[in-house]
Ligand binder design. Structure first.
Ligand code: S3P
Length: 448
């Protein structure tokens, strides 16, 4: 995204009841992984429902630059994507710098792939991504034999010389991060022997599911509250078709808006319901929301269903830190819901929010404060004093962060004065068509 292009401001103001049926774009985590595993498999994989957002398009461009053939099957909306893979170890040196844009997932997962490919590459990203910590992947990946040279503070740009005779890793995650887990597993694909990752807290398991789907030899066993994953290196990954479910992290926005605006009733079709992603829905139920799930089914190896959300008189909630990995991207929109709920909410253990696309802990608090909501940060906890009536009228700084932008626009649906955001461009990183979809349900969101 060009930082020199004008920043489109948007405002959201209270709307009529939101009604209708919608489908949100494909899951971002699964989309990145489908492109990467497809590129490492032998043969042609077809991906249906790929998220065509900026973040995922960066992964597609990077995998092409590394030698995979990736094409959009036809020009229609909802096109399939075809990936002709190069096989494990078959990627080739890129001719230019790999630009991962705004995407931490793309950068961290790719670092794993590049660590065990014997060539030189350089990775960079936009101003937001260049602030984000990469030590969490660089440090464990060095033990493969790869060399990493990063900017001060282990930030991008990052140069990588992949290991010639890579060693398999055995690593216990110090932070609950699916990105780090996935980077280790991706590195392990091109290292002979067993790669082992232990996660003290379970995190999203899309990489494990997809590795199985592509024919890898991988086992997952319970260990205390967490899991141990063992992957046999240098398998032949076989091309496979992937059906990408709707992203629960994107579905959160129309669902939240429906819960907030009196008289609303919205159906979101085909949402991914992997239990390691649905902490928000558990929390909303604790707040008094009735979320009905219909049409539960398995699609592409992941549970999927249609979610019906209706206006609810929400009460405050206390969310334990242990739930954070299953709803890590949903805290900004949950905080908006807590602002409208009766009572004081406490969201615990949010240290990982500080290293997202922005410092989401500080920025979520600021988003609410500028709109007249009383908020405190105590250590890693966010405390929100539910106002019932939200004054609004604030201009929210979105810090190149798509989820802050969308959360602020949801807040505007129920605040007395319109809520403005300073930059709407980054919404496209995860949710192209957000405005069209929300306006289609009746939301009032207008350029200013
Ligand atoms: C993701 C994992 C999460 C999440 C991100 C996507 C993934 O990050 O915030 O949006 O696809 O693995 P961490 O695993 O670093 O918490």
């Amino acid at each position: 995204m060009e930082s020199s292009s004008p920043r489109p401001h948007l405002a959201a103001r209270p709307s009529q009841p939101l009604t209708g049926t919608c489908t949100v774009p494909g899951d971002k985590s699964i989309s990145h992984r489908a492109l990467m595993f497809g590129a490492l498999a032998v043969g042609q994989s077809r991906i249906t429902g790929l998220l065509e957002g900026e973040d995922v398009l960066r992964t597609a461009a990077a995998m092409r630059a590394l030698g995979a053939e990736i094409t959009r099957a036809n020009a229609d909306k909802g096109a399939d994507w075809i990936v002709a893979g190069r096989g494990i170890g078959g990627l080739t040196a890129p001719a230019d710098v790999l630009d991962m844009g705004n995407s931490g997932t793309a950068a961290r997962l790719l670092a794993g792939i590049l660590a065990t490919h014997d060539f030189y590459s350089v990775m960079t990203g936009d101003a937001s991504l260049r602030k984000r910590p990469m030590a969490r992947v660089i440090e464990p990946l060095r033990a493969t034999g790869a060399q990493f040279f990063a900017r001060e503070g282990n930030r991008l740009p990052l140069s990588i010389i992949g290991a010639r005779d890579a060693l398999p890793l055995s690593y216990r995650l110090p932070v609950a991060s699916a990105q780090v887990k996935s980077a280790i597993l991706l590195a392990g694909l091109n290292a002979p022997g067993i790669t082992e990752v232990e996660e003290p807290e379970p995190t999203r398991d899309h990489s494990e599911n997809m590795l199985k789907h592509f024919g890898a030899d991988i086992t997952v066993t319970a260990a205390g509250r967490g899991r141990v994953i063992r992957l046999t290196g240098q398998p032949e990954l076989r091309a496979a078709d992937v059906v990408v479910p709707g992203d629960p992290s994107s579905a959160a926005f129309p669902i939240a808006a429906a819960l907030l605006v009196p008289g609303s009733s919205v159906i979101v079709r085909g949402v991914g319901l992997n239990l390691l992603r649905t902490g928000l829905f558990t929390t909303l139920r604790e707040m008094g929301a009735v979320l009905e799930i219909r049409n539960q089914r398995i699609a592409g190896g992941e549970p999927v269903g249609d979610i019906i959300a209706e206006y609810a008189d929400l009460r405050a909630v206390e969310v334990p830190a242990s739930r954070a990995p299953s709803m890590i991207d949903e805290y900004p929109v949950l905080a908006v819901l807590c602002a409208a709920a009766r009572g004081t909410s406490r969201l615990r253990g949010l240290h990982e929010l500080r290293v997202k696309e922005s410092d989401r802990l500080a920025a979520t608090a600021a988003l609410l404060r500028v709109n007249g909501v009383h908020v405190e940060i105590e250590g890693d906890d966010l405390i929100i004093h539910g106002a019932g009536a939200i004054p609004g009228g604030g201009l929210v700084e979105t810090h190149m962060d798509h989820r802050l932008a969308m959360s602020a626009l949801v807040l505007g649906q129920v605040s007395a004065a319109p809520v403005q955001i300073d930059d709407a461009r980054f919404i496209d990183t995860s949710f192209p068509g957000f405005l069209r979809l929300m306006r289609g349900l009746g939301a009032a969101m207008v350029p200013v």
